[in-house]
Structures are given as C-alpha cells and as structure tokens.
Design a protein around this ligand. Structure first.
Ligand code: IMJ
Length: 256
C-alpha cells in the first residue's frame, strides 16, 4: 500500500487501453484515492464505467480538454473544492494531427506543429502551474514520453519533436518546482498497443522489432508502466526529479 492516503489526479483516461488507465489501476491497487480526467463527452461514459472496476470510487471524475485553457483552471478549482490538496499529477495525453504522423516530417505545417506542441508538451506546463496551489508537500508530477523524442522512429515525426520539448520541460519544471519539494519526472514507455498507436502505419513492425531487439525479448505490459508510476508517486522515489525513466524492456540501451 505505497499510496495509502495519497490523492492523485490522472489526465486523461480515454478507454481501457489508455496508459492513464493502467496507471489508475496500479495506483488504486496501492491504495490511492483517484481523480480521473476525461477529454470530452465521447469518452465520459467509458471512463465512468471503467471507474466502477476500481476498489473504491474515484474522488472525482472531471472533464479536462487541455486545448481550452479555461478548462484547466476549472478542473483545478473542482479538485480544490471537492478533494483539497493532491499528492500527484499524472499527465498522460498527446495529440498530433493524423496527417503529420503520415507525411514526411519535412512537410509538417505550422498549424500541425503548433497543435502537437500545444497538446503534447505545453499542457504539462499549464497543468503543473494550475495545480501548484493544490500540491501537497512533496508532490510528484509524472508524464509519459517515448524514445522517438531522442531517436528518429518511422512516422513519429512532429510527435518526436513534441516529446523532446516535453522531456526538456520535465527538467525545467523540476528546477522551478524543486524548491517547493515538488518532483517532476517522465516515464519513457516502450511501444504499447493503445488506440493512439494502433492506427499508426507500420506499428506492428515496430512491435516485432522491439521484441527481437529488447534485452527482455518482449514488449512492455501496461501494468509495468503503471507500477513505475506508483514508484514515482510514492515516497520511495523521493530523491528522483527531472528524470526520464525507461520502461521499455531495455530497448533503449541496445546499439545493434
Ligand atoms: C505514434 C505515431 C507514429 C509512430 C509511433 C506512435 N510509435 C509509437 C507511437 C512507434 C509507439 C505511439 N506513441 C508513443 C504516441 O505518442 C502516440 C501519439 C499520437 C497518436 C495519434 C494517433 C491518432 C491521431 N493523432 C495522434 N497523435 C498522437 O490522430
């Protein structure tokens, strides 16, 4: 029960394959009280139904579309009124227009670039700032990233650039929030068959190559990402901030 008496807000759960949902289940199993975010009416029902599987009902289920700045402020107010302070903020959301994940990076248009960076990277800054007034002592901020931030992966394109900005943001936020005792870290998850990944052309090839090359000779289970998030939310990781932790069955350490 590493997260007993900890209140944790997770943005956003979309469906049962969401990494955010795997994180919610692991945190629930360790006794956390959860606040679950959903993007819009299309995903609200699914999140409410999933929440019934938790060992205890969430403290709140809140709408949070990060493309509307006023919603970020509203969600913070809702959490403050209904829950009080929180011990952990999980940022597990990203978006780039589909065309930008298909055409060569060279052809990324201004609007596509700005959307990907706004939704996938700036939203971490916006959420971290909005929640600063409700962070408990020694709160933990966790975001999700991918190896495509560092190395070129087919079709990842502008998302790689957005994740690079996200990882740099983790370091700058860790610097800014550290004096208040707040830690900021990223989990770099190996490829997982989520709805956000499945539609990507060549994704099955990427899973296959991962299985062949990764030291553990398999892909990552969503539960393994969830359990690492439990560690990063817990006091066991109290000396870790500004880091990117790889949960990728070792893929990133291999050269050839
Ligand atoms: C996504 C695109 C291309 C290659 C990819 C991925 N690989 C992996 C992903 C190799 C593992 C999944 N991933 C790590 C992501 O961050 C996905 C982000 C994403 C996915 C979509 C698909 C639907 C859409 N926009 C998206 N925006 C971001 O319209």
């Amino acid at each position: 029960m590493l997260l007993q008496d900890k209140r944790i807000a997770i943005f956003n759960v979309a469906n049962k394959r969401s990494i955010a949902w795997a994180i919610a289940k692991s945190m629930d199993a360790h006794g956390a009280e959860l606040i679950l975010g959903y993007q819009n009416e299309r995903t609200k029902d699914a999140v409410q139904r999933l929440a019934e599987e938790l060992s205890k009902p969430p403290a709140a289920i809140v709408p949070c579309d990060v493309s509307f700045p006023e919603q970020i402020e509203e969600v913070q107010e809702t959490v403050r009124e209904q829950v009080g302070t929180i011990h952990c903020l999980v940022h597990s959301l990203a978006f780039a227009p589909r065309n930008a994940l298909h055409n060569p990076y060279l052809f990324t248009e201004r609007e596509e670039f700005l959307t990907a960076l706004e939704i996938s990277a700036y939203s971490l800054v916006a959420l971290s700032r909005a929640f600063t007034p409700v962070f408990a002592d020694q709160a933990s901020v966790i975001t999700l990233t991918y190896y495509g931030a560092e190395k070129v992966m087919p079709n990842y394109n502008v998302m790689g650039v957005a994740k690079a900005a996200l990882e740099a943001s983790v370091r700058y936020l860790a610097h800014d929030l550290g004096p208040a005792g707040v830690r900021v870290n990223a989990i770099s998850a190996g490829p997982i068959n989520t709805v956000a990944a499945r539609g990507v052309s060549g994704f099955l090839d990427i899973l296959e190559v991962h299985e062949q090359k990764a030291p553990l000779r398999r892909t990552v289970e969503p539960r393994e990402v969830g359990d690492t998030a439990v560690f990063l939310a817990s006091d066991l990781s109290s000396g870790i901030t500004g880091e990117v932790i790889y949960v990728d069955t070792g893929y990133n350490i291999v050269g050839f």
